[in-house]
Design a protein around this ligand. Structure first.
Ligand SMILES: [Fe+2]
Ligand SMILES: [Fe+2]
Length: 304
């Protein structure tokens, strides 16, 4: 991907060229100031890169997937932990990767491995005061699975990308915690005092976790549907590309935060973007029913 930059007023216009198509977005000045301070950005882990490169050749792929994951014991352990979590309601725990593939399927193992390996890049023990990495990790994985559940109910089928989109939607929190723990600690203090998270981020940083998360997704060259979701998961109505996946992630994040596990200790006060309901042809009543149904699924606060 090539990118050109030009300053227009207070914003930096970034034109990213993807082959023949172009994507244009404004990078707000405040975000630019922050990302310019990031000198050593972690690269996409080998596990995620290799799995994203697996082509759809079922038999060869199962072997390859196993080999790739087994080469990284820490990721392998996390994949098994998610496979054994409440989401799959497995009675007897699986202890091997081939067991996990048999029980929950190739695509689930593949998506979980990509999600956990990208999230784990930021699990380095460096913390903003009040930042809870495990909480963000569990929230992210839960959103991935609630989204899968919702999508299945709405569409009567499952799209493979939904789990990994859900798992990565809050990448921005991890970037902020890793590189700017002091400023992010100030954001969390405001939320502790009853502030709205998105407003607190704007007040302290001048941008949201969605903006810096999308910047990272773009740097990592993640698929377009993931970077779009990272950028617009709190405001799908602002997205140029109206996507049902994004609308589902918005609702899954909203429901998970209110009923199961939010990304921070206190209520972040996330707004509901009603256009997500229109995109899915859903009524508010239907949303309330789903919320009640999912709330009763008793996902534990710490599912992993
Ligand atoms: Fe978010
Ligand atoms: Fe979230």
């Amino acid at each position: 991907m090539r990118a050109l930059y030009a300053t227009v007023g207070s914003a930096v216009l970034r034109v990213a060229l993807y082959g023949g198509c172009s994507k244009i977005f404004l990078m707000i000045e405040s975000l630019k100031k922050y990302v310019e301070q990031i000198t050593e950005l972690p690269t996409v882990p080998v596990v995620a890169r290799e799995i994203l490169g697996i082509v759809d050749d079922k038999l060869a792929s199962v072997d390859r997937l196993e080999r790739i994951i087994r080469n990284d014991p820490a990721i392998c352990a996390k994949v098994l932990s998610v496979a054994n979590s409440v989401f799959f309601r497995i009675k007897e725990p699986v202890r091997t990767l081939d067991g996990a593939i048999v029980r929950i399927g190739f695509n689930n193992v593949k998506n979980i491995a990509v999600g956990v390996s990208l999230l784990s890049v930021f699990d380095d023990g460096k913390r903003a005061e009040d930042f809870d990495y495990q909480r963000i990790f569990n929230h992210s994985v839960t959103v991935g699975f609630v989204a899968r559940l919702l999508y299945g109910k709405i569409q009567q089928n499952i799209t493979e990308e939904i789990v990994v989109n859900g798992m990565l939607h809050d990448l921005g929190f991890l970037v902020l915690n890793r590189y700017f723990p002091g400023d992010y600690g100030r954001v969390l203090k405001k939320v502790d005092k009853g502030g709205d998270l998105l407003e607190a981020e704007k007040a302290v940083l001048g941008f949201n976790h969605t903006d810096i998360g999308a910047w990272l997704a773009d740097k990592w060259n993640l698929p377009r549907s993931i970077s779009d979701t990272v950028l617009r998961h709190h405001s799908p109505s602002l997205s140029k590309r109206k996507s049902r996946v994004m609308a589902v992630i918005h609702l899954a994040d909203y429901i998970t935060t209110r009923n199961i596990l939010g990304p921070v200790r206190n209520d972040p006060g996330y707004p509901l973007d009603r256009s997500s309901l229109d995109m899915l042809g859903m009524s508010e009543n239907a949303l309330e029913n789903m919320e009640a149904e999912i709330g009763e699924c008793s996902f534990p606060g710490a599912p992993l």
